[in-house]
Design a protein around this ligand. Structure first.
Ligand code: HEC
Length: 328
């Protein structure tokens, strides 16, 4: 969870990564599965990078600008203001309405650059034939794809990126039955930010009334760079990857042996797919180790030379099963 421009203000969700966001298709209903696919943000409410880029500027819990005119007035004083004129013509920032469209297209263009999708992880190096998984990573990759064990690929899919590299998401949305994160500072925000107070329930995709029936669904995130983006899930309820995998293993097991807190939205929870996977402790460690191979900067795909993340690898952390995230 991250504070806004006002450091005592927190938004309702754990900010998702923008890495690889440019690959999300335009939002649409999949005619076969009936699920909402594509779009941006945890609840898929933004249609495009341009649409998404404009939202945090005006969210009172995020950048808290009061109007396009106020934002553009600040932009005009920025060191790079002249570059807007160079790119879009003189007076590019004079009219707040068109200036905002230019800001959106500039931010979106930046997000479409390779800086946001370098494909430079150990996983990519292995796929390129320039590295090999260690034994645990290789077993994790197997469990990730094995329909009878992890079956993570059902949602964090590898091959649907039109022949390009795996993105670890099919951009659909699901209700995993996650507990609310009662430690989130959002519950304590003033009514101007959180009108529902402690009674706030995040309906996810169904916050948009056009998607009634999709309560509790959130978009499948990419797992690229997941090792360095704790906490996890839309509400940051898990502190570690080990905890997330443990939830996939026991979250729906009758009798609730790990004593998970109740789902925030129980209706429509997809226990058939996740929540009672047959994963051993070793599978969990292997899956976590595999996910650590998804961190960019491990090598330079152009030259094959080692990158900074390979020189100083991040040690895998396997969290205590059943523990709910407690600190940010
Ligand atoms: C039925 C679809 C589905 C399957 C199968 C699935 N996931 Fe997920 N996964 C999701 C969705 C949806 C989210 C986001 C949920 C949310 O934020 O509310 C998610 C989130 C995650 C996250 C948190 C990522 C982040 O940035 O917060 C991790 C880690 C993860 N999944 C790992 C796995 C692993 C490992 C497996 C296999 C054991 C797996 N998932 C199987 C749908 C799925």
């Amino acid at each position: 969870m991250a504070p806004g421009a006002n450091p005592s203000h927190f938004g309702m969700r754990n900010p998702p990564t923008l890495m690889y966001a440019s690959f999300s298709p335009a939002r649409h209903i999949d005619p076969v599965r009936g699920t909402l696919v594509g779009g941006l943000m945890h609840d898929q409410r933004a249609d495009s990078l341009e649409d998404q880029a404009l939202r945090p500027f005006f969210n009172p819990a995020e950048m808290a600008n009061t109007s396009p005119a106020a934002l553009v007035a600040r932009l005009r004083k920025a060191s790079y203001a002249r570059q807007f004129d160079q790119l879009f013509g003189r007076g590019a920032l004079s009219d707040p309405g068109s200036a905002m469209q230019r800001v959106a297209s500039a931010v979106a263009a930046y997000q479409r650059s390779t800086e946001f999708s370098p494909f430079s992880s150990k996983f990519d190096a292995v796929m390129d034939g320039r590295a090999t998984f260690d034994a645990s990573e290789a077993r994790g990759y197997e469990a990730f794809r094995d329909r009878n064990r992890g079956n993570c690929v059902e949602c964090h899919s590898l091959g649907e990126n039109r022949g390009r590299r795996a993105l670890f998401t099919d951009f659909s949305s699901h209700n995993l039955g996650l507990p609310a994160n009662r430690e989130s500072p959002f519950y304590r925000m003033p009514a101007s930010i959180n009108p529902d107070g402690a009674g706030f329930i995040d309906l996810g995709v169904a916050r948009d009334p056009r998607h009634a029936g999709m309560e509790g669904r959130f978009r499948v995130p990419t797992l690229r760079n997941v090792a360095v983006t704790s906490p996890y899930m839309h509400n940051g309820v898990f502190a570690s990857l080990g905890e997330a995998v443990r939830f996939y293993t026991t979250g729906c097991v009758p009798g609730n042996p790990d004593r998970w807190a109740a789902p925030e939205v129980a209706a429509g929870r997809e226990c058939r797919k996740v929540g009672r996977l047959k994963l051993t402790a070793r599978d969990t460690a292997d899956l976590v180790n595999f996910m650590y191979t998804l961190t960019d900067g491990w090598y330079d795909p152009a030259t094959g030379l080692p990158g900074p993340m390979q020189v100083e690898p991040m040690p895998p952390i396997i969290g205590g099963a059943g523990r709910i995230a407690s600190s940010y």
